[in-house]
Write a protein that binds this ligand. Structure first.
Ligand SMILES: CC(C)(COP(=O)(O)OP(=O)(O)OC[C@H]1O[C@@H](n2cnc3c(N)ncnc32)[C@H](O)[C@@H]1OP(=O)(O)O)[C@@H](O)C(=O)NCCC(=O)NCCS
Length: 227
């Protein structure tokens, strides 16, 4: 039987690794592309330049490993690299050129009093079903632990089966519905939350889920040492 495009373990087969790191303004053009592809009816799009200044928000991207600006290019002479480094130093952040390495996914978390609310999570279509979504959700949960939050919460469109399956797999529980919450399509929102993060039973479950996920996909992704 022919395998579908989405079922191919591309990251594992190619050996390309993807690094999870905080989002920066140079990532915004690619992030907007992923958002457009993932949420076609969403309007207006998220104002990421404003979000990146929000003290209570944490955004991460999953980006192809490698030195930025050198994607697919042979190392240049020391003189050229020094000149480029000088140019980079002199340039203001707003003027930094867009990220060239491929960004395959993003996640955003708002720290709301004692809850880490996942405001966005999306993976480039061609890279789905390769563990990236799970990794991004683990990242959101790691942020919640690091920030001493009580739980992780989120909502999704009732018909969004991949999202629902992802969240259930990672131990979130459905706690309610907001009727016709999404004004663009009138769809209901399902609200989900983790059990208390500090409970021993959830912590153990989370550690097991994380271990299993990293055993399956960990070779393809690099996580930061701390969140
Ligand atoms: C939801 C989304 C982020 C999942 O990303 P992903 O990289 O495909 O997820 P993973 O490969 O890590 O999958 C983890 C688990 O989620 C579930 N899952 C993900 N996609 C699924 C699908 N299409 N059908 C059924 N289950 C799915 C499975 O349980 C899967 O585990 P498994 O591969 O062991 O069966 C991705 O489909 C996406 O970006 N969708 C568009 C944006 C979106 O809807 N975001 C959520 C908004 S609330």
């Amino acid at each position: 039987m022919a395998r579908t495009k989405q079922a191919e373990p591309r990251a594992k087969e190619t050996g390309v690794r993807y690094v999870l790191r905080p989002m920066v303004s140079a990532d915004i053009p690619q992030v907007m592309d992923i958002e457009r592809e993932s949420f076609p009816s969403m309007w207006p799009q998220t104002a990421y330049s404003r979000e990146l200044k929000n003290r209570l928000a944490r955004y991460f991207v999953l980006v192809e490993e490698g030195e930025e600006g050198e994607a697919g290019v042979e190392p240049k002479s020391l003189r050229t690299r020094l000149r480029k480094a000088m140019r980079r130093l002199l340039r203001a952040e707003e003027e930094s050129p867009p990220t060239r390495r491929l960004i395959v996914g993003l996640v955003g978390v708002w720290l709301m009093v004692d809850q880490a609310h996942v405001v966005t999570i999306a993976v480039r279509e061609a890279f789905r079903r390769q563990g990236a979504g799970g990794l991004l959700l683990l990242a959101a949960t790691e942020v919640a632990f690091a920030e001493n939050m009580e739980s992780v919460t989120l909502e999704y469109r009732r018909d969004n089966e991949p999202a629902s399956a992802l969240y259930e797999k990672f131990g979130l529980l459905s706690v309610g519905v907001r009727l016709r919450y999404y004004t663009d399509t009138n769809e209901d929102a399902v609200i989900m939350t983790t059990p208390p993060l500090k409970s021993k039973s959830y912590r153990e479950k989370y550690e097991r889920l994380k271990r299993e996920h990293l055993e399956t996909w960990g070779d393809s992704y690099l996580l930061p040492d701390s969140f």
